[in-house]
Design a protein. Structure first.
Lengths: 378, 284, 378, 284
C-alpha cells in the first residue's frame, strides 16, 4: 500500500525525523481560509499516489498572498497521470542549501534491505541511475545484522559530509528510516530530497512510503494510514470481498481461480485478438459468494461485453463454482453472455449444474478464450 | 528419481487441526505420502486423519524422526512455525500459507543461508513427486510419473500445464510450486540445480511471471550449465505496470520485470518459450 | 557485575515487570521510623551479593509492629557468607499461590541465550537441577531469531499454565526479561520465585541480575546501578587503577603480566608449598604507574611477606617494568623482600636497572617461585 | 605446513592508525607478514608503515585482494569492525581488542555458523606461523619453525610455553591464542581439527584455564579422533569460585569448570596434563 506524502510525513514526525511545518487541505476554500498572512513563502503540493508530480505542475511555490487563489484553483481538481488531485499539502518555504536522495527498500533480488544514497537529490532515482550511476551508492544490509558503523562511513564518504553536527543529524535520520522499515514492514521508505537548509538543519522535504500489504494486519494503530485512493471503486469493492481485481480497458471480463492462470487467461485473450477487461482471481476457496461478488463487480464495468470463466478445480470444487454461477444468474439478472471453462475436482457435477442453465461450456482453456473473443467480434 | 520428496520421506503437518490442514492431510495420505504426525499448539493429544497431534515440533520429534514439514498455519503464526521448524533442524519446509510479511521471510532467508535447509513457499501449492508422495495442495490425479521436472511460481497455472503434459503422455519426476511471494524460500535457481543433477529428469518446464529477476538468473544458469531441454512459459504479458496481479510478487517494478523482457532474455539464452500453455508438451 | 535484589527490581519496574511495593533502608533507625503502622505483614530482606540468604536467616517475615525492632536488629550487621548486611529491603507481604523459577542467561557452552523454567520456584536452580532435573525446562534461543511462539508453547506446557489471563502476564514478563538481556548486556536475569499471588497476579518476588562488565561502558544512565560492594577496598582501588586483582588468603604477593600467567604463578606457588596472597594482572601496557599502583595495593595487605614479580615481556617492555619498580622502591619505602623474574622484550636493559637496586633476579619462573616460597619458610 | 596463515596470506589491519595497531603493523611486517594495507574510517589516504590506509574495507578491496584481517579497533567500534569484515567476506578475522560485550560476540558467532569464516579472538594475542607470518602481538623471537601446534586461551602464558618449547629445540607449525573471553570466534575444537588434519603438525599443546567447558569438548574429540600426542596444561588450580581471574571468561560458574575437574577429565580421556609449564617439552 502506498502512502501519501502527508501520511508518510506524519510517520516521519512520529519517528522524530524533521519535516517542514505544514497542513493538509481537502478543499480550496479551507486552505484559503486557514492560511496566515505572514508565513510566505509557502509551497502547495498536490497529493497523488504517483510519481512525476513536479513535472506535471503539481507543486507551486507561492511567494505572496495575491498568488494563493490562482495557485490553489489550479491545483485542486488537476489531473496527474489519471489521478485527480483532491488533497493539497501546504508547507513553509525553506532555504535549501543542498539536496540528497536517501531510501531503504526491501530488495527481492539481493534479498537484503538496500539503502540507496545520492548527493544529487531532487531527481527521480531511476533517471539518476541511468544518467549518472556513479552518483549512487547502494548498500545491501542484512536484516539479521542491521546498520553498522561501516554503512555510515560509506554514506559520509559518498555524500562528502564532514561537518560533525550534520553527520549526527544524518546518522539519526538513517537509523530512524531503517527502524521504520523493520517496525512497519515497509517495502520502501524514500526521502527525496532530504535537504540541508539554512542553519545547518537536515530535513525531509518529501516522503514516499510503500507498506507491505501482508504486514498491515500486524501493525497496531495503523488504521489512520490505510487508504485505497489509488483503487477504482470496483477494485475497492473487490478488495473488501477478498478478490484480487485489477481493472483494464478491454471488453472481455475474466473470472479465474489463481493469479498465474488469471494472467495467462488475459494473455491468451490478447493472443487470439481480444482485449481483457480485467484481472480477477477468486482464489482457492469454493465459497459461492465469491463468484457472486465477482459477477457483481464485472457487471458494473460497462465495457464488459462477455464474461469468461476459467476454473481449474484443485482445492476449488467445480460444483461449488457452478452453484455460485447458478445463484448469481438468478439474483443478478445477467444479460451479458457467459463462456465457461470448468475442469478438475468434481467437474462432472459442476457441468451438470451448468447444463441446466443453458450456458456455453468449453472443454479447454483455449476453446473458451477463442469463443469469448469470437463473441466480441459479432 | 524425484527431487526433495519420495514415498519414504517422513512428513509432518504444522497446523494439522485447521480446516485446510486437516483436509489436505487426508489428501496427502490418500496419495501415499508418509504423513507421520501433526502439530498444533494447545491441541496435543488428539488425532487427525488417524495421526497423532503434538503441541510442538520438539514434542513430536521425541517420538518420530522427521524429514519434512508442511505448514498450513494461519499468517499470524506462520512465520513462527517456520522458525520452529528451522530450530528443530527439519531439512525440508513447505509453506502453503499466504500472507506472511516479506520482511519476516527476508530474515528467514538470510538465516538459513549456508545451512542445509530447503524452504519451499510461502504462498505456494507445494510439491508432488508423482506416484510417490505430495506435500501441499497440488491435485494428485492430474500428475503422472515420468521424466520432466516442473518448477512454477503459480498454482492453478501449474495444474493447467501439468495436466497438459499428462494428457500428452508426458510424466513428471517432481512438480514444485515455489510460490507467488516476492521473497520465497527457494527460487528457480536452487530447483534448477536439483533437477539438473537428477539423472531421471530429462527435461524441465519453468513457469514464470512478471516481477523480480528470478527468470533472468535462471536463464543465465541454464545457458551455462543445463544440457537438458528447458521449456519456459511467462505469464502476465498483458499486465499493467505497478499493479499487483494477485500474487504479492507479481508486480512490475522496473522495465526488466515485464513478461516481454523476461521472454526476450530467455530466448537470447537459447531457451524455448511457449506462447500458450498448451504448446509446452509439443516441445518435448 | 552483580546487582543487588533491590537494584534488579528497580530495573524490573523500568521494564514494567510487576514487583511488590517496597523500600530500601540503610540503617535500622531509618527503617523503624519510616514503616507505617497498618501495612503488616511485611518482609525484611537482607541485601547481599551472594546466594543462600534465606537459609542463613537473611529474610524475616514480620507480622506485627512489635516484631520489627528485633528483626531489624538481627538483620543489620548480620554476616552472610562473609558479606556484612548494610542494606535491608522491606516489602509488602503477599499471599503466594504458586511459585515458579524463570531465568535467561548468556550460555557460553551452547552459545545461545538460554531460558530456564521450572514450576518448582523458590529452590536454588543448581539444587533443583540435581534433585529433580525433570522439573526443569531449558530452551536455547538464537539471538538472531529471538523469542518465537514455540518457546511460549513449551513454557506453558512445562508449567501447566492454562488460564488465558495468566498466560498473558507470563508472556509479557518473559518478553521483557529477554528484552533486558539484549538491551542491557546481561549475563543473567533470574526471577526466583516468580509467583502467582491472590487475585491471579504474576509478580517478581526476587531478582538476580549479572551485567556483562564489557557491556557496561555501552549502557547509558546505568551509573546508578554500578556498585562494587562485593569487592574489598584493595580490589576496588585495583579496579580504578586498571588492574585485575583478586585478594586471597596467602602470604606471597604476585605481580604478573597476563591473566593466564598470573594464575599459573599462583598455581606454582602452591605446587612448591607456598600460598599466594592474590591474583594480580598488570596487563599488556608498559606504564610504570601500573607497577607502582600494584605495589601500593600489595603493601596494604598485611599478610604479604614477600612480593614476586613474574614478567614475560611481549608488548610489555622489561625496562619499563624495571623503571616502575625503581620508582616505587624510592617512593613507597617497601621493606618486604622482592623476587623478580623478568624476561622477553628489552630484558637486558631491565636487568641492568634492577641490578642497581640490589634486587633478587631469577632466570626462570620456577626459580623465582621457589625462591619466594623459600623466603617464607624463614 | 602451518594452519590458517603463511607468508603468502594477504593481511590487512583494521584500526591501523591507532597506537597499538600502528606499532604491531610494523612488527608484523618486520616478521615477514604480507601486510598489504589498513583501514581507519576517516583516515583514508594517509600511510602507516608504508602501507595505504582506506576509509572502509570495501574501498580497500577495490584495490587489493584480501585473505585475512587483524582488528586493533577500540572496544566501542570493534564489533562493528568484525561485522564489516564479515560483510566483506574476509575468511580469517583475528580480533585483538579486549572489551567487546559477550552478547555482540554471541550474535556474530551465530551469524557465521555454516559460513566459511574463521574468527580468532577477541581478547587474544593472535597467531603466528613461525618463519612464515604473524597476525597480532605474539613476539616472533620466542618462536621457531617446527612440528608442534599450540592452542591457548592465554597470552603471556603462551609465550612462556612456546619459549620453553623453542629453548628445548622443539619448533611450532602454528601458535594460536584463541582469547580469554567467554564467547570466542574459534574454540579449542575448531583448531584441534585443523591441527589434526595438518600433515606437518606432529603433536599439539593445549593450554586451557578455568571457566566454560571447552577443554571437556576438546577431550572428547581428542579421545575419539586425534592420534598425534596432545599435551595439556590448565591454569587456575588455586583460583576461587565465582571470581573473575583477569580474563572475562576465566570464572568458575560450576563444579565442572574448575581446573581440577578439567584436568581429571582430560586425564581420563588419556591426555597427558603437565603440572608445570616447563614440564611440557619433556613430554614430546
Amino acid at each position: 500500500m502506498k502512502l501519501y506524502e502527508f501520511q508518510g510525513k506524519r510517520l516521519f514526525a512520529k519517528y522524530l525525523i524533521p519535516i517542514p511545518k505544514g497542513k493538509i487541505f481537502y478543499s480550496k476554500d479551507d486552505a484559503f481560509k486557514m492560511i496566515d498572512q505572514d508565513i510566505f513563502p509557502i509551497v502547495a503540493k498536490a497529493q497523488v499516489l504517483v510519481g512525476g508530480r513536479g513535472k506535471a505542475g503539481g507543486v507551486k511555490l507561492i511567494k505572496q498572498v495575491s498568488e494563493i487563489e490562482s495557485a490553489l484553483e489550479n491545483l485542486f481538481g488537476m489531473d496527474i497521470k489519471g489521478y485527480k488531485v483532491e488533497k493539497v499539502l501546504i508547507e513553509e518555504g525553506l532555504n535549501i542549501e543542498q539536496e540528497f536522495y536517501l531510501s531503504f527498500m526491501l530488495n527481492r533480488n539481493s534479498e537484503k534491505i538496500t539503502m540507496i544514497t545520492s548527493s544529487q537529490g531532487g531527481t527521480e532515482i531511476e533517471i539518476l541511475a541511468e544518467e549518472n550511476p556513479e552518483a549512487i551508492l547502494k548498500l545491501d544490509i542484512d536484516p539479521l545484522i542491521g546498520l553498522k558503523n561501516h554503512h555510515f562511513v560509506k554514506f559520509f564518504e559518498k555524500t562528502k559530509i564532514k561537518d560533525r553536527n550534520l553527520k549526527n543529524q544524518f546518522r539519526y535520520i538513517i537509523k530512524k528510516m531503517y527502524q521504520m522499515v523493520i517496525e512497519l514492514s515497509l517495502n520502501l521508505v524514500e526521502i527525496n530530497p532530504l535537504a540541508i537548509i539554512k542553519g545547518n538543519r537536515v530535513i525531509a522535504l518529501d516522503s514516499k512510503i510503500v507498506v507491505d500489504d501482508n504486514g498491515i494486519p500486524f501493525l497496531s494503530d495503523f488504521d489512520s494510514f490505510i487508504n485505497y485512493d489509488d483503487l477504482t471503486s470496483e477494485e475497492l469493492d473487490a478488495k473488501k470481498a477478498g478478490l484480487s481485481y485489477v481493472q483494464l480497458n478491454g471488453n472481455i471480463g475474466c473470472i479465474v481461480n489463481g493469479a498465474g492462470l488469471a494472467m495467462t487467461t488475459m494473455d491468451m485473450i490478447k493472443y487470439f485478438g481480444g482485449e481483457p477487461a480485467n484481472f480477477l482471481d477468486v482464489g482457492g476457496s469454493s465459497n459461492p459468494d465469491k463468484v457472486i461478488n465477482a459477477l457483481k463487480i464485472l457487471k458494473r464495468d460497462k465495457n464488459v461485453k462477455v464474461i469468461l470463466f476459467n476454473i481449474f478445480g484443485g482445492i476449488t470444487r467445480c460444483d461449488d463454482i457452478a452453484n455460485g454461477i447458478k445463484i448469481a444468474m438468478e439474483k443478478l439478472e445477467i444479460s451479458i453472455p457467459i463462456v465457461i471453462r470448468l475442469t478438475g475436482t468434481n467437474e462432472k457435477e459442476g457441468v451438470k449444474i451448468l447444463n441446466s442453465l443453458n450456458l456455453d461450456i468449453a472443454t479447454s482453456m483455449q476453446e473458451a478464450v477463442k469463443k469469448a473473443v469470437s463473441m466480441i467480434g459479432d | 528419481m524425484s527431487i526433495l520428496l519420495n514415498k519414504d520421506t517422513n512428513v509432518i503437518i504444522q497446523g494439522i487441526t485447521g480446516r485446510d490442514g486437516g483436509f489436505h492431510t487426508k489428501m496427502m495420505i490418500e496419495y501415499g505420502t508418509k504423513v507421520i504426525a501433526g502439530v498444533t499448539p494447545g491441541k496435543g493429544g488428539i488425532e487427525v486423519a488417524g495421526k497423532p497431534v503434538f503441541n510442538s515440533v520438539s514434542d513430536l520429534k521425541k517420538e518420530f524422526s522427521v524429514d519434512a514439514t508442511t505448514i498450513f498455519v494461519p499468517p499470524k503464526f506462520a512465520a513462527d512455525a517456520i522458525w520452529e521448524a528451522i530450530d528443530e533442524e527439519i531439512k525440508l519446509i513447505v509453506v502453503i500459507t499466504e500472507g506472511i510479511p516479506a520482511l519476516e521471510m527476508l530474515k528467514i532467508k538470510n538465516y538459513i543461508k549456508g545451512k542445509n535447509i530447503t524452504i519451499i513457499g510461502p504462498n505456494c501449492p507445494g510439491l508432488i513427486s508423482p506416484g510417490e508422495a505430495k506435500m501441499g495442495i497440488l491435485p494428485g490425479n492430474i500428475c503422472k510419473k515420468g521424466n520432466i521436472g516442473v518448477i512454477s511460481r503459480s498454482g492453478t497455472l501449474t495444474y493447467e500445464v501439468v495436466y497438459g503434459l499428462t494428457t500428452a503422455g508426458i510424466g513428471q519426476t517432481t512438480v514444485v510450486g515455489i510460490g507467488g511471494d516476492p521473497i520465497i524460500g527457494s527460487r528457480f535457481l536452487k530447483l534448477l540445480k536439483m533437477f539438473n543433477a537428477d539423472e531421471e529428469t530429462e527435461g524441465i518446464v519453468l513457469i514464470g511471471e512478471i516481477g523480480g529477476n528470478d527468470e533472468i538468473i535462471a536463464a543465465d544458469y541454464i545457458k551455462e550449465n543445463v544440457k537438458k531441454p528447458v521449456i519456459a512459459f511467462i505469464a502476465g504479458k498483458t499486465a499493467p505496470k505497478g499493479k499487483r496481479m494477485g500474487h504479492a510478487g507479481a508486480i512490475i517494478s522496473g522495465k526488466n520485470e515485464t513478461a516481454q523482457a523476461k521472454i526476450e532474455y530467455l530466448e537470447k539464452a537459447g531457451i524455448k518459450v511457449a506462447n500458450l500453455p498448451q504448446d509446452i508438451p509439443g516441445f518435448f
